[in-house]
Design a protein around this ligand. Structure first.
Ligand SMILES: NC(=O)c1ccc[n+]([C@@H]2O[C@H](COP(=O)([O-])OP(=O)(O)OC[C@H]3O[C@@H](n4cnc5c(N)ncnc54)[C@H](OP(=O)(O)O)[C@@H]3O)[C@@H](O)[C@H]2O)c1
Length: 325
């Protein structure tokens, strides 16, 4: 077992630098619970101890898979992060949305109870807001609701999951000192959390969950301009031609840089691991072979400085649009 651990901000928890993203198994097409559970068990055996889920991932289904996993490993401390869905069910939130329409206090408590039941645990380690607007930073309502939940032992830490391609949209909130954790898209393309967000995370000792390390699949190098998913899979609405064509071109441009014997997925994870502000990366994985490959990158071996410098040039700043979700 080679897993390395990092400190999760001010909580002091030692969490595996490769964590687990549990969205796909909760809602993407072609998910198979038996296969997902085999992958989850393997991850635990290989030292993974941090799992990211959300009530919205299959209306509790992904959380219930964690419940089964945790019951099978009563001797292990498995850290669980989940999320409260926006009450108006609009992902992502938009400028001008009111906190009272998205996360009223009673609703924060109600959904924490639902998650506790689904997860089969007495306390959630990280309770996150599944969308966020920085204008809500100083508002008393969410702060008091989360403080009550902490006092009652229902949650241990509070986090925000920042909307896609808006890493700035949480900076003011982290500066309140009321957030213990932040989840943000960070990968070879999406380098912009380095600009403003990560320095604030360092300053306020906030745990950082780097999500979507493969850009939803682009950075595994397996997509083509003809890629399609089964009917009902959200990726059909995300990888619209405009996005798919540009994403595949960007991935192809990386191919000549991949060191011999390394996959694009491995290079993508090692690029993120080089950043010490990141506490854990949460690749989505439903298959044992992906678990094995991804966890194997947690061995302390870094990409060369030359390659890191080259990869810096592949930064891709994107602006949220109607298909980006
Ligand atoms: N708003 C939010 O808060 C939000 C939004 C998006 C994601 N997230 C969190 O972030 C996690 C990660 O994001 P994601 O799952 O959307 O995307 P991702 O991690 O960028 O990509 C997942 C895809 O990569 C494939 N994959 C994993 N390891 C691989 C490997 N070694 N080689 C080839 N392919 C590999 C997976 O396949 P299989 O699944 O078939 O194994 C899956 O199709 C989610 O699961 C969720 O926990 C949060």
């Amino acid at each position: 077992m080679n897993m390395l651990y990092r400190t999760f901000g001010r909580t002091g928890w030692q969490i595996s630098e490769i964590g687990y993203g549990m969205w796909g198994m909760g809602g993407w097409t072609e998910s198979d619970d038996a296969e997902s559970l085999r992958a989850l068990h393997l991850a635990v055996e290989l030292g993974c101890n941090f799992f990211d889920t959300a009530w919205a991932y299959g209306d509790g289904h992904s959380e219930q898979l964690f419940n089964q996993l945790a019951r099978a490993h009563p001797d292990k401390l498995l850290y669980i992060a989940t999320k409260i869905p926006p009450e108006n069910r609009i992902w992502p939130s938009r400028r001008g949305f009111k906190l009272r329409d998205v996360f009223p206090a009673d609703y924060i408590k109600e959904y924490t109870e639902k998650s506790l039941t689904n997860l089969g645990v007495e306390t959630v380690h990280v309770q996150q807001f599944h969308v966020w607007e920085d204008d809500w930073a100083e508002m008393d309502e969410w702060q008091r609701a989360m403080e009550d939940l902490k006092r009652d032992g229902k949650i241990q830490a509070v986090g925000i999951s920042i909307n896609r391609w808006e890493p700035w949209n949480g900076v003011r909130t982290l500066r309140t000192g009321k957030m213990d954790a932040v989840q943000v898209i960070y990968n070879i393309f999406d380098q912009n959390p380095e600009d403003e967000l990560f320095p604030v995370c360092d300053e306020f000792n906030v745990g950082v969950i780097a999500r979507v390390p493969f850009d939803e699949g682009t950075l595994t190098g397996t997509l083509t301009k003809d890629s399609k998913w089964a009917q009902g899979d959200w990726r059909n609405t995300y990888f619209v031609p405009e996005n798919l064509n540009a994403s595949v071109d960007r991935a192809e441009a990386l191919r000549p840089l991949i060191p011999a014997g390394v996959t694009m997925a491995e290079m993508a994870l090692r690029w993120i691991l080089a950043n010490r502000t990141v506490s854990t990366i949460i690749p989505g994985m439903r298959k044992e072979k992906n678990v094995r490959a991804n966890i194997a990158t947690s061995d302390g071996v870094l990409l060369s400085d030359d390659l890191m410098r080259e990869l810096k040039k592949h930064r891709w700043d994107r602006i949220p649009t109607e298909w980006s979700q």
